[in-house]
Design a protein around this ligand. Structure first.
Ligand SMILES: Nc1nc2c(ncn2[C@@H]2O[C@H](COP(=O)(O)OP(=O)(O)OP(=O)(O)O)[C@@H](O)[C@H]2O)c(=O)[nH]1
Ligand SMILES: [K+]
Ligand SMILES: [Mg+2]
Length: 460
């Protein structure tokens, strides 16, 4: 154990609750807990006790728990004082801990210590925060898997492969006079190819994990007045966005998180795309383009009475988005009595679709007709990649970035190896290896740690 100071925090959510917990970690945790409970605390025993103030008066009564390090969440001595979950009671208990020598913990400091003491790796510590923040049951299950080390194990396995490859390359450098083929060059290239495949698969899984953590990010786009804001309101079930018959009503981005049958989805309404517009509207369109660059899905809203014209306005903007969902809105205004719930596949196929886009959905944001079909489509899009039993885990942009860097370095290493430039190959392999180490924190910069843990909640 190190000589770090002892930290304390209210570990339960702020506000009134049946039970509230003050948690302590560090070398003095036990002494502080025993001074407050006025009794000896045995490890892993629930002690019913009065919690005392300095003058001997009772602050509260409840359960005191002591976990001796290193077998604790942080790896240090940990004490939990479980009292009544009132704001004043908890604050008084925390103040007493501080008077006895503890310091108030920074957000995430308990998890940071767990990482520094080797109880969790960095990806697992992040999974703790993701589990707490999970907005739906699937995200929570995926965070749980990351916390159990599912992601870290795959990263570590890949890092071990890279290490073996590096050792082979470094050894070959020592025999630089010999051609690589006499030094097991063929086996080396095969090994590298296998590592590239494993990394690609991990990258796909991590991108899926990021979607699980952050929810599917869908951006509503289309020409002005197509009914984008009306659709956002229909999906949100409230009048979030201003709707008028004036083209160019929406200028700023409008973010809304919606939940469809327990599946979370982040939606953004955007300014209608068209040529021209005033300064404000053009800024709105610029923001729409920027948002599309981060989108998993573009929900393209067109006026069912004239879809082709609207399509031209948006085609370029949506081409690079991974997935598109086409909507023909204002079905209620179509001359023929088309049944909105029927598939729109019978409509003129003038809509330029990309790749394997499904046929457009015909609906009315105003009347709500056809919305059920949209719900089902959205739920499938948000949910299919995270099907149960696939071992899906949560991941963050930080992880995806590191894996992308590792993949680029491995590709370079392959090129250098093909040219028998062993020094350059060794350098690229080392960079790839380091990038993987950043994910689990085996390689890290201190400011990275501060950045990661400061986004946690206090008491975790
Ligand atoms: N009849 C009918 N009118 C609709 C429907 N959806 C939207 N509208 C109307 O179309 C007009 C434009 O709707 P908005 O939701 O503001 O359209 P928008 O695409 O957000 O427009 P901008 O923000 O200006 O780009 C409003 O008058 C809406 O009431 C629909 O399904 N049927
Ligand atoms: K409008
Ligand atoms: Mg709008």
């Amino acid at each position: 154990m190190t000589d770090r100071d002892t930290i304390a925090a209210i570990a339960t959510a702020p506000g009134a609750g049946g039970v509230g917990i003050v948690r302590l970690s560090g070398g003095h945790a036990r002494a502080i807990g025993e001074a407050i409970a006025r009794r000896t605390l045995r490890p892993r025993h629930a002690h019913h006790a009065r919690f005392h103030d300095a003058d001997g008066s009772t602050l509260d009564d409840g359960i005191a728990l002591y976990f001796a390090g290193p077998a604790s969440y942080t790896g240090e001595d940990v004490v939990e004082l479980q009292g009544h979950g009132g704001v004043a009671v908890m604050q008084a208990l925390l103040a007493r801990c501080c008077a006895l020598g503890a310091r108030i913990a920074r957000p995430g400091e308990f998890s940071e210590r767990a990482f520094l003491e080797g109880r969790l790796d960095l990806a697992q510590a992040e999974a703790v925060a993701d589990l707490i923040a999970a907005g739906d049951a699937r995200a929570a299950r995926a965070a749980r898997r990351a916390l159990d080390g599912e992601f870290s194990r795959r990263v570590d396995a890949l890092a071990a492969d890279l290490l073996a490859i590096r050792v082979h390359v470094e050894a070959a450098i020592d025999f630089a006079d010999e051609p690589l083929d006499t030094l097991g060059g063929d086996a080396l290239r095969k090994r590298l190819a296998a590592a590239v495949d494993a990394l690609d698969a991990l990258l796909v899984a991590a991108r899926r994990g990021r979607r699980l953590r952050d929810g599917l990010h869908a951006v509503i786009v289309g020409p002005p007045n197509a009914g984008k804001s009306s659709l956002l309101n229909a999906l949100a079930g409230s009048d979030r966005a201003i709707v008028t018959d004036i083209a160019g009503t929406t200028r700023d981005l409008l973010h809304e998180v919606v939940r469809i049958d327990g599946v979370e989805l982040s939606l953004v309404d955007t300014a209608g795309l068209r040529e021209g517009g005033d300064t404000i509207e053009r800024e709105g369109m610029r923001r729409a383009h920027e948002e599309l660059a981060r989108a998993d899905l573009a929900i393209v809203v067109l006026d069912a009475r004239d879809p082709v014209a609207g399509c031209e306005a948006v085609a370029d903007a949506i081409a690079a988005v991974p997935q598109r969902l086409w909507i023909l809105n204002k079905a209620d205004l179509l001359a023929s009595a088309t049944d909105p719930d029927a598939s729109a596949s019978s409509l003129p196929a003038a809509i330029p679709r990309f790749g394997d886009d499904r046929p457009p959905l015909l609906l009315s944001a105003l009347s709500g007709a056809g919305l059920d079909g949209l719900h089902a489509r959205l739920k499938a899009l948000a949910g299919d990649e995270s099907a149960e039993g696939t071992g899906a885990f949560t991941a963050r942009s930080r992880h995806v970035d590191a894996l992308e860097r590792a993949a680029a370095e491995l590709a370079d290493a392959g090129g250098h190896l093909a040219h028998e430039s062993l020094d350059l190959a060794a350098e690229a392999l080392r960079s790839a290896h380091d990038a993987l180490g950043e994910i689990t924190g085996r390689v890290h910069a201190d400011d990275l740690l501060g950045h990661i843990f400061s986004s946690f909640c206090i008491g975790k």
